[in-house]
Design a protein around this ligand. Structure first.
Ligand SMILES: Nc1ncnc2c1ncn2[C@@H]1O[C@H](COP(=O)(O)OP(=O)(O)O)[C@@H](O)[C@H]1O
Ligand SMILES: O=P(O)(O)OC[C@H]1O[C@](O)(COP(=O)(O)O)[C@@H](O)[C@@H]1O
Length: 323
């Protein structure tokens, strides 16, 4: 075991996701047991650039394990995209004697670490935290399960009113370029159509179905947000083929990012957090800790990619239930 690590810097970056605090707790707990100091860096790369560092204790994080959001706050940082920003971040890491970094974020955050590794040679470990579930090297990202549960809870309520009025309802869920939330929440609420950014066929199925829709029942469409689809576009296409429909749109928006993490996300956070510290103690660097087939798994940052495809089985389900 490598005992040289004395002070791990921790930060959360990109969109927050339920389960981030549980991961921070897991990290702090196992670090303390191994006599390693933990330093929190506020607001992701922005805090690193601003020198916003403060010590963390597992006793503080224990109180946050059930809470959504992130105790460390998070941000997207334009300055970190510049070499000047990254040099400033490096200076502050050195001044604070940080000898390893654990980042919780999405693929953008890990790309940032990869770029940072050109000038900073301390070990980095990543934990996948995004509600979008669009990172390879892990079956689930932190926050996805909670976000889907929030979406389902709300869609169930929309169904009650949709069915009472025999209305067409379009519910837009998050995932700029990822359909995982839409597929999971759409299938499990019995949606009549599910539209995701990764597929083109689902539009054809929707229009085929809706052109014969006779307002004798509710018609539920779950669609991912995004430039190429989104609720407005779907609404105008439906009206083109069936102009008389009584249609309403609900955008679930940021409500999907908040709330207490599900049991699954809390456990995932703790497991990934503990494994991140263990990986550092085993001299691992520049890897993301994930879960594949319920086993902990490490993926090098340079092999980790944003997933632009949902897996084959989900695609088949989408086709089956889209018809
Ligand atoms: N190629 C890159 N080089 C340096 N920093 C990057 C790069 N890509 C992303 N980042 C940093 O990572 C931050 C988080 O990325 P973002 O895509 O917003 O969220 P996420 O990590 O959730 O995907 C960005 O705001 C930026 O500061
Ligand atoms: O909070 P913002 O900046 O409006 O971002 C919204 C986006 O963040 C997400 O919730 C999560 O994105 P990341 O976790 O990849 O940053 C997307 O689903 C959504 O499109």
């Amino acid at each position: 075991m490598n005992k040289k690590i004395k002070n791990i810097g921790l930060f959360t970056s990109g969109g927050d996701s339920p389960g981030m605090n549980a991961a921070l707790y897991g990290i702090a707990k196992v670090a303390e047991i191994n006599g390693i100091k933990i330093t929190g860096i506020l607001k992701g790369y922005e805090g690193m650039i601003n020198g916003d560092f403060s010590p963390l204790k597992s006793s503080d994080l224990k109180k946050m394990v059930h809470r959504g959001g992130t105790l460390l706050k998070t941000a997207r940082s334009k300055r970190f995209l510049t070499i000047e920003g990254r040099k400033l971040a490096l200076k502050h890491l050195q001044e604070n004697n940080i000898d390893a970094l654990i980042a919780i974020g999405g693929d953008g955050t890990f790309k940032g670490l990869l770029t940072f590794s050109e000038i900073c040679d301390i070990p980095f470990i990543g934990i996948p935290g995004t509600i979008d579930n669009d990172i390879s090297g892990t079956d689930y990202t932190l926050g996805f399960d909670s976000a889907v549960n929030t979406a389902i809870e709300n869609i169930d309520k929309i169904k009650d009113t949709a069915e009472s009025h025999n209305r067409v309802f379009i519910v837009e869920v998050m995932g700029r370029d990822s359909g995982y939330i839409a597929i999971h929440s759409g299938l499990t609420t019995g949606a009549d159509a599910i539209l995701i950014p990764e597929s083109g066929k689902d539009f054809i199925y929707l229009l085929d179905k809706v052109k014969n829709y006779d307002s004798e029942d509710a018609f539920l469409v779950v669609v991912s947000e995004g430039d190429e689809i989104g609720a407005e576009l779907v609404s105008s296409k439906i009206k083109e083929v069936n102009p008389n429909v009584d249609l309403r749109i609900t955008k679930l928006g940021h409500v999907q990012r908040g709330g207490n993490p599900s049991a699954l996300d809390r456990m995932l956070g703790i497991r990934l957090g503990v494994e991140a510290v263990k990986s550092l103690l085993q001299s691992k660097k520049n890897v993301m800790v994930g879960i594949l087939n319920n086993q902990l798994h490490l993926t090098p940052f340079n092999e980790m990619v944003k997933q632009h495809q949902v897996n084959k089985e989900l695609h088949e389900l989408l086709e089956l239930f889209g018809k």
